[in-house]
Design a protein around this ligand. Structure first.
Ligand code: GLA
Length: 346
């Protein structure tokens, strides 16, 4: 195992951005940027041993700074959406950033995802990123200190350990917003990738992508990924949920106990043989099929990032939980530590 730090580039304001490369004994490696604590590459072999990068992303800092996709970034303080950018906690109303159509809070704005995180090498296969979010940033209560530790094992597991503490009661929901393309982005769209989700139900949304509160069984719908099927098989189905999101952009409820590490998703590119497993202790996982990619951003190798050129499996609390008392709670008391683990295994 080895881990190296090097200068990646310099921000327009002169601050330095570093890249950390963790490589295991099989030549599998990840690259991580201090900007957004971003997972910028995950390189692993196909069935013939050809190494390829399964992360849709960018070749330059300029690409990472310009993107509106949140590609590879750590998202906080609340991943996914909060209805009307507003919630009540402890009898007090909080108004948070309304960065989607001036109405909805999406991914907590861009505070965590665009911050320059501190980083330290904690082992020969681990890097820990840390960030301090001041009280009231993007409207969220509490001074929050967060660490995100990435660990790469010889079994091809990229563990992402989250730990965060606030000095006020608050809501927390962190995720990594990586887009995967198991054939590499040069192979085109991900509609042929075979996906299996360990999820019996999902949370349907209204036209603003806000959960209605219903927990709907996937049985008999296009959302049934309990048996493996190509992502694209039912994506064009005559289903209001798919029409309004232009594809999948939905939270699935992971079977089994939240708080327990369990397999949430499995994906396989049958063409090249690269696969991905997602394990998490969180209650939900957002399947987002890159519906808003439109070719206007240029990714690695000069490839225009077209619709469906990557898929995301964002482990999370359900969207809009702060306004949905029946959903598993994302509240954390002052001084209480939020802890969570997600594993991307290739
Ligand atoms: C999440 C959301 C999508 C989209 C992307 C970023 O996956 O659910 O609707 O906003 O982030 O483009």
């Amino acid at each position: 195992m080895s881990v190296y730090k090097s200068l990646y580039d310099t921000m327009p304001d002169g601050r330095e951005v570093y890249v950390y490369k963790i490589e295991n004994n099989n030549g599998v490696y990840v690259e991580l940027l201090t900007r957004g604590a971003t997972l910028s590459s995950f390189v692993c072999p196909d069935r013939d041993g050809n190494m390829g990068d399964i992360i849709m992303g960018f070749d330059s800092l300029a690409g990472h700074l310009a993107t509106t996709t949140y590609a590879g970034q750590i998202i906080g303080q609340y991943a996914n959406r909060i209805c009307d950018g507003r919630f009540t906690l402890g009898g007090r109303e909080y108004n948070v950033t309304k960065n989607e159509n001036g109405v909805t809070c999406l991914h907590g704005g861009d505070e965590y995802s665009s911050a320059l995180w501190k980083a330290i090498i904690t082992d020969d296969n681990a890097v820990e990123f840390s960030y301090h979010s001041p009280d009231g940033a993007e409207g969220f209560p509490g001074n929050v200190d967060i660490t995100v530790q990435y660990v790469l094992t010889d079994h091809g597991e990229l563990e992402i350990h989250y730990a965060a503490t606030s000095d006020k009661d608050t809501v927390m929901n962190f995720t990594n917003h990586a887009y995967f393309n198991l054939g590499t982005v040069q192979s085109g769209d991900i509609l042929g990738t075979v996906l299996q989700l360990n999820c019996d139900s999902f949370t349907p949304t209204d036209a603003r992508s806000i959960p209605t509160g219903e927990i709907r069984p996937v049985e008999g719908t296009a959302f049934d990924f309990r048996a493996p099927k190509p992502i694209g098989r039912d994506i064009g189905a005559d289903d209001e949920q798919l029409r309004q999101c232009k594809g999948y952009d939905h939270n699935f409820c992971i079977n089994g106990e939240a708080g327990t590490l369990r397999l949430a998703a499995k994906a396989l590119d049958e063409g090249c043989g690269r696969k991905l497993e997602v394990w998490t202790d969180l209650p939900g996982i957002q399947l987002y099929t890159g519906n808003f990619l439109d070719g206007s951003e240029t990714g690695k190798g000069g490839v225009a990032l077209q619709k469906h050129y990557g898929f995301c499996l964002e482990t999370q609390y359900y969207p809009d939980t702060p306004n949905q008392p029946a959903f598993p709670s994302c509240e954390r008391k002052a001084g209480e530590t939020f802890r969570s683990l997600t594993i991307f295994k290739v």
